[in-house]
Design a protein around this ligand. Structure first.
Ligand code: NI
Length: 182
């Protein structure tokens, strides 16, 4: 079984902690790094369940760095110089293109993720699993329903990359229904 390298994890974890310094998980007081730790944990659990994953460090580093280009001042070039072009390409695919209309961003990102190795697909599945916890209190019903529909779209587009994560995301989508009804 291929497992991740602790030093590769630590380097990406520290980089992400600095990049997201001061940011909070939306709707909570938790530091943003909490989200990244959750996503990495989901990916690592899936790697442990999937002996065929070829590049566990690519998956784990992309998990920890997946929001740096989208949400911080960190550039693609910076990620590439620190972590190599494969990780940077993965993180870029996982970043929404803010130049597009809002409703087109997810489909566009999913299309770009599908051009990346399966390890990058795994990160998007893990990201949505982690985001299907109780929604922030200020979210309206329509937003919650849209978020759930988007999760189904992610599962449909990327689920084939990893059985463990696909099953877990399916369960989370079902469980999330309760928030769309209250
Ligand atoms: Ni995320």
């Amino acid at each position: 079984m291929n497992l991740w390298t602790p030093d590769a994890y630590t380097k990406a974890w520290n980089f992400a902690a600095d990049a997201h310094w001061g940011q909070r998980v939306p709707g909570t007081e938790r530091p943003y790094i909490n989200h990244l730790g959750n996503v990495a944990m989901e990916v690592m659990r899936a790697i442990a369940a999937t002996p065929t994953v070829q590049q566990p460090d690519l998956a784990v580093q992309c998990a920890l760095l997946h929001d740096t280009i989208e949400d911080t001042a960190v550039t693609y070039e910076r990620v590439a110089s620190e972590f190599g072009s494969e990780v940077a390409a993965g993180v870029l695919a996982l970043s929404k293109d803010l130049g597009l209309p809002k409703e087109e961003r997810m489909a566009d990102s999913l299309e770009r993720i599908r051009q990346q190795p399966g390890e990058v697909w795994m990160v998007k599945l893990a990201d949505r699993i982690s985001n299907l916890q109780e929604p922030p209190r200020h979210w309206r019903q329509e937003k919650i329903r849209r978020y759930r529909a988007e999760a189904e779209m992610i599962l449909e587009a990327l689920g084939e990359a990893n059985e463990w994560l696909a099953g877990r995301l399916r369960d989370k989508i079902v469980a999330y229904e309760v928030y769309g009804e209250t």
